[in-house]
Ligand binder design. Structure first.
Ligand code: NAG
Ligand code: NAG
Ligand code: NAG
Length: 401
């Protein structure tokens, strides 16, 4: 009984405290973002407390919150929406109803959520994918890949690869009336990570080479090597996505061992023999001057993690590790970055590296933007910024797919 009164009370106090903690002034819709930011920080602290007293796991707390936004497959006057499986992996398909003379483009969408929460069935993704199907007269496929920590690396990328390889078969494309020359893979945040890796893998596979026309990465995370880029430093405490929340959640994709998250927060998580990887993500080389400001490059510290720690194939986690010769074969690319985002520099570095390799890239940078805004395009949390991001992404698709 006392818990039931104390906890909401504590949350209110925390929330009130956080909501008056300043966030950057030029953020669009300041008060709405301040509320979102405070809600996120309160949730993170509550989740930490709950985990420490053994009530519920940190990640499960976030899942509970997020899963209140799950939707059913509801068709409307224009689009037939179907939940089905491809290769035993749940997917949601959006099929335009209108008769079409010619075959349609397709967009494969991979949702965000730090590899541990979320679903293509969440309201904001349902809204976005329906909107995409309507605006582009496209077939849209949302993938519900398996989530960590129940299913750790490489479950997420394996699922995406399996679904896409089946979807790309001629007979499946024909079944849904998809034009095989007009297929884009898109995703936001950790979904963007998966899209970038997936696109690289398909391009390296003789059977699937050149089958993807374009990729779209919306505020993607593209490396888990250096957690002290200028954007990690400047936006360590958010708004919205703090370094702590990002690393606490995303590290569960690799291991439940908390030592990794502790080491990653200090930028000391890379193994002894990994220095040769730094050149691919060295921000002091790839970041435009404007974003370097007065920051001084410091190398991640090696070998602090227990050497018995499992080793991961880093290029299946950090798509920025692809070599220039791998990058140069990649398709037309869209990258959207937000200024107030720890992952800003991941996107900026990828843009630079892709352009150096000769890949045509469209880059939209939103000065007033925050991470995750595309997930706030429906009631009760509605940001104009989210709609702006959606419209930029859709208009790029309209012109390029
Ligand atoms: C169906 O398409 C029409 C024409 O594009 C549009 O005006 C209408 O809002 C769409 N309906 C829904 C439910 O999206
Ligand atoms: C990173 O780049 C700087 C030049 O800006 C260079 O001095 C440094 O050696 C590089 N470090 C690594 C590990 O690549
Ligand atoms: C490294 O991990 C192993 C197995 O988890 C453990 O037995 C050992 O004590 C650890 N070593 C250090 C230095 O933490």
């Amino acid at each position: 009984m006392e818990y039931k009164i104390l906890l909401p009370g504590l949350c209110c106090i925390l929330f009130a405290y956080y909501v008056y903690t300043p966030i950057p002034e030029n953020v669009e819709e300041y008060w709405k973002v301040a509320i979102l930011d405070a809600a996120m920080k309160t949730s993170s602290l509550t989740a930490t407390l709950f985990e420490n007293v053994g009530l519920i796991k940190y990640r499960d707390f976030f899942s509970l919150l997020v899963n209140t936004l799950l939707t059913k497959a509801v068709s409307d006057e224009n689009i037939t929406v179907i939940d089905t499986d491809i290769s035993d992996i749940p997917v949601r398909l959006y099929l335009p109803k209108k008769k079409s003379e010619r075959r349609r483009p397709a967009v494969i969408y991979i949702h965000g959520g730090a590899f541990v929460v979320g679903s293509t069935k969440l309201m904001p993704y349902d809204f976005l994918n329906r909107w995409t199907a309507n605006k582009l007269d496209a077939v849209v496929l949302g993938i519900d890949y398996r989530l960590a920590p129940q299913h750790q690396f490489p479950a997420a990328i394996d699922d995406c690869v399996s679904v896409v390889k089946i979807f790309l078969q001629d007979k499946i494309l024909a079944k849904y009336g998809v034009d095989p020359t007009r297929i884009c893979i898109s995703g936001d945040s950790s979904g963007g990570t998966l899209v970038a890796i997936l696109t690289q893998m398909l391009q390296d596979d003789p059977e699937f080479k050149d089958k993807i026309k374009a990729q779209a990465l919306i505020y993607p995370g593209l490396q888990f090597i250096d957690t002290l880029t200028p954007s990690y430093r400047e936006y360590e405490h958010g708004p919205f996505l703090s370094k702590e929340v990002a690393i606490n959640l995303a590290s569960l994709y690799l291991t439940k061992d908390k030592e990794l998250r502790r080491a990653a927060l200090r930028n000391e998580h890379m193994p002894q023999d990994s220095r040769h990887l730094f050149k691919f993500v060295n921000w002091s080389v790839f970041l435009p001057e404007k974003y370097k400001k007065n920051h001084v490059y410091t190398e991640p510290i090696l070998g602090k993690l227990n050497s018995s720690y499992p080793k991961f194939p880093h290029n299946r986690i950090s798509p920025l590790l692809a070599s220039d010769s791998q990058l140069q074969n990649l398709p037309l690319t869209y990258v959207l970055t937000c200024e107030h985002d720890i992952l800003r520099d991941d996107g900026l570095i990828y843009v630079k590296r892709l352009r150096n390799a000769g890949v045509p890239v469209t880059h939209d940078h939103i000065e007033e933007g925050i991470h995750g805004a595309l997930s706030f395009t429906t009631a009760p949390l509605f940001l104009n910024l989210g709609l702006r991001i959606r419209d930029k992404y859709i208009s790029w698709l309209e012109k390029n797919l």
